[in-house]
Design a binder for this molecule. Structure first.
Ligand SMILES: [Zn+2]
Length: 147
């Protein structure tokens, strides 16, 4: 229930923070994974191999806040790297959308459950206690009952 919002907030925080910071992991055979400047990056570098496995946490070369909204290498790839760059707002938006839909469905299910439990009119919410199930709602005239 709270995993979706927590993940959404974490992704938004990572996205915003990635404008200042980058974090990455590079293996000795050049495979790397990281995040920074609004992007998630993974791929393999053909530059001189890194001597050891390492985890890097560093500022980028830029001195001011930078967020790329789209792959800055698109159509102009770096010949020394095979890299896939995914803007962080894409997974953030996906998680946010799925979370919002899940919450919406959950709220609707709770409302339906409450209407059935309290014997309310599904159209107007009038309390139908003491009214037979097939009778019209005295408040709004609704006859299509969910029961
Ligand atoms: Zn009604």
């Amino acid at each position: 229930m709270w995993g979706g919002p927590a993940l959404t907030l974490a992704l938004i925080a990572l996205w915003v923070a990635s404008g200042w910071w980058s974090v990455g992991w590079t293996s000795r055979n050049g495979v790397f994974f990281g995040a920074g400047v609004g992007l998630i990056a993974f791929g393999i570098s053909f530059r001189s191999p890194t001597p050891i496995d390492r985890i890097g946490f560093s500022t980028f070369e830029h001195s001011q806040y930078t967020l790329f909204w789209w792959d800055p290498l698109f159509g102009n790839p770096d010949p020394q790297e095979a890299v896939t760059l995914i803007p962080l707002w894409i997974p953030t938006l996906c998680v946010f959308t799925v979370t919002t839909i899940a919450w919406r469905l959950n709220i609707l299910a709770r409302q339906r459950e409450r209407i059935a439990r309290l014997n309310l009119c599904p159209a107007c919410g009038y309390c139908r206690a003491g009214i037979s199930g097939d009778a019209k709602c005295p408040e709004c005239g609704e006859t299509h009952l969910s029961t």
